[in-house]
Design a protein around this ligand. Structure first.
Ligand code: HPA
Length: 275
């Protein structure tokens, strides 16, 4: 993280404050094929182009739009490390949410199922992660005002919130057996993993493989935010089925699960706001 990171965050926060004083407690970062969730949540839309220092995301299935209301602020469109963004850029949206007053971060993503008992279309509550990106967003000088040099990662996904999510999933999902819990392994991409890499991920304890989320979750923990991680298992990871992987399938499955994901997230938001 560069020395100017906090200035960058401040400038982004100011861009939003020109439009609204809203201080929602819940922030959402939406992954591939899940961007439409923001349509179900109230708020004012601010395109990333109006946020100082924010790049424009480029991947299909990701648009660059912030939507901020009373209760939630949603970011549709991520900056992935594999697109060539620096780690500072990858985690800028997370720090912006914190700067706007968000206390609970809900991160969603599309991921490949490493656990053979999972199926495409499952929604998976993250209970831990493995960082296989070979880097860390906090490398570099530490801004002690933002967080500790060596932040604790004993509970990257807040246990009390996981309990709440499980309760809501059991109530809201059309088929509660499609709901799972697991460990997310983050690879850099953009190539999908090889079968041997997925086998390794399984052996070291991963249930899912993806190309995002972990940098954001590390920074959210560093900043003292509570975190909920939800993956949509869009495909069986490499080497499980005798068929190639493709991005279209990932986006398609994400879309199919979107309704269930919306129901679940709306349930979570409602529950958290009633506390
Ligand atoms: N691997 C990595 N990232 C992914 C996958 C996968 O199989 N599916 C969706 N995102």
């Amino acid at each position: 993280m560069r020395n100017d990171f906090s200035d960058r965050v401040e400038k982004a926060v100011k861009s939003i404050r020109k439009v609204t004083d809203a201080k929602p407690k819940i922030g959402l970062i939406l992954g591939s094929g899940l961007a439409e969730i923001s349509e179900k949540l109230d708020g004012i839309e601010i395109p990333y182009s109006q946020i100082e220092g924010f790049p424009e995301p480029s991947v299909a299935g990701h648009k660059g739009l912030l939507k901020i209301g009373e209760n939630t602020v949603t970011l549709a469109g991520r900056f992935h490390f594999y697109e060539g963004w620096t780690m500072d850029e990858v985690v800028l949206p997370t720090a912006l949410l914190h700067g706007l007053g968000v206390e609970i971060l809900i991160v969603t993503n599309a991921a490949g199922a490493v656990n053979k008992s999972f199926s495409p279309g499952n929604i998976v509550l993250l209970n831990d992660h493995i960082n296989l990106m070979g880097t860390n967003p906090l490398i570099g000088p530490n801004n002690d005002k933002m967080g500790a040099r060596f932040p604790d990662m004993s509970n990257p996904y807040t246990p009390e919130l996981r309990t709440i999510v499980k309760k809501i999933a059991a109530k809201t999902l059309s088929n509660p057996s499609d709901f799972k819990e697991g460990v997310y392994a983050a690879f850099t991409g953009p190539s999908y993993e090889s079968p041997a890499e997925i086998k390794m991920a399984r052996i070291i304890g991963a249930d899912l493989a993806g190309m995002s989320t972990v940098p954001e979750v590390i920074v959210a923990n560093w900043l003292g935010m509570k975190v909920i991680g939800l993956s949509c298992a869009t495909n069986m990871a490499a080497g499980i089925l005798d068929q190639p992987l493709n991005h279209e399938e990932v986006v398609e499955t994400g879309k199919k699960v979107q309704n269930d994901m919306v129901e679940l997230i709306m349930g979570i938001v409602q529950e958290l706001n009633s506390k």
